[in-house]
Design a protein around this ligand. Structure first.
Ligand code: PMV
Length: 364
């Protein structure tokens, strides 16, 4: 597939009004995406576990306009309230995807969206939010072109989600999703995420991710700024190569079930991501003292207990604690007894691997 393949030919149906709704999850990267080229294309491949509990539900009601709107005509509701300050993000998204969704100016949209997690939790809602919106738009397009097949539907939703927020393209379908061209992964593409196509050992089925909310405030540096700081970054070339190497290693680990090697790759990726931030110009630090306290506690506990618990980080201070299903009781007890004290207001979210977005049935 190339970009042009996502530009539709004329639609064969006319739809005057309707409603579509999707619930789309967040995801946590194991090999991280950090650094992009033009048009939200990644500098290196990334791979993630799809989450289950952290999700966005979006409903788009649409009504055909008498004439095309000059700009985009829409209202935005977030958790039951009109949310003007989210609108510029949607306008940017619409203008990036307009060529692939030529009906965008022909309708008025009412977009109602809500998250399963608190807005000020430091959990980015861009992956779940942008994937849910992209899915609603492709679902509308499918009404205009009922012949669209399921594979194309999923690819196009991921392709559009990527144009909203890179990591959002990994939130459409599958429990493990890879985004970015990689020699060893058949079907991989920079344009959209794909369901991981190879064998995955039972050790990784039903994996847990308990998200420790260390800092619920707004990040000081957005990921957009962070990605851009990888241009002319002194370690960029090696970092992008390392991501390919780590992905190779992870493919072998998914097959063998080697949890010790999994831990080594995942924790190294998390710390490398933050090392890139600390070595950009300007430099910045998103970890907080409690992030480090938690990391040290996890290392101590692992040493003492022989557990396969590990951590990863996204672009913030929160810690994702990852552990296999057969260790859930001992690890969760450890989390409650030793880690929760480091969370803001002792808050955490119990999540685990999920399987992707779901369409919600609309009442007539
Ligand atoms: O999707 P963005 O542009 O918000 O970037 C996300 C980057 C990380 O979460 C730090 C890593 C990743 O691969 O998800």
């Amino acid at each position: 597939m190339i970009e042009k393949d996502f530009i539709p030919s004329a639609y064969n149906q006319t739809i005057t009004e309707g409603k579509v709704s999707y619930k789309s999850p967040s995801n946590i990267a194991l090999v991280k995406y950090w650094g992009k080229k033009e048009n939200q294309l990644p500098q290196n491949p990334s791979i993630s576990f799809t989450l289950d509990a952290c999700a966005t539900t979006t409903t788009v009601s649409f009504k055909k306009l008498d004439k095309l709107s000059d700009n985009y005509s829409f209202d935005l509701w977030f958790e039951g309230k009109v949310k003007e300050d989210f609108k510029p993000k949607i306008v940017t998204f619409f203008s990036r995807v307009a060529v692939y969704l030529p009906f965008l100016k022909a309708y008025h949209f009412t977009i109602e969206t809500s998250n399963s997690f608190p807005h000020s939790s430091g959990i980015a809602s861009s992956a779940s939010g942008m994937s849910a919106l992209a899915l609603c738009m492709v679902a509308l397009e499918k009404q205009l072109n009922p012949e669209m097949n399921d594979d194309y539907f999923v690819q196009k939703a991921s392709f559009l989600a990527r144009l909203g927020s890179g990591s959002a393209c990994r939130s459409i379908e599958g429990d493990i999703v890879q985004w970015g061209k990689h020699e060893k992964t058949k079907g991989s593409s920079d344009l959209f995420g794909i369901k991981y196509p190879y064998v995955v050992h039972d050790n990784f089925k039903r994996f847990h991710d308990t998200i420790l909310l260390v800092d619920k405030g707004q990040k000081q540096v957005s990921s957009t700024v962070g990605h851009n700081l990888m241009h002319n970054h002194p370690y960029a070339t090696q970092r992008f190569e390392q991501a390919h190497d780590n992905l190779d290693k992870l493919i072998a680990v998914f097959k063998s079930g080697d949890l010790k090697e999994f831990i080594a790759i995942v924790e190294s990726e998390a710390l490398t991501l933050h090392a890139m931030m600390m070595t950009s110009m300007p430099y910045f630090i998103l970890m907080k003292p409690n992030t480090l306290e938690i990391i040290n506690k996890i290392w101590e506990f692992r040493e003492k207990s022989g557990s396969n618990v590990c951590f990863t980080l996204d672009a913030g201070a929160n810690v994702h604690v990852l552990y296999p299903e057969n260790e859930k009781d001992i690890v969760f007890q450890f989390i409650k007894e030793e880690l929760i004290a480091y969370c803001e207001n002792q808050q955490y979210i119990c999540d685990r691997i999920g399987f992707g977005a779901k369409q919600l049935k609309m009442n007539a």
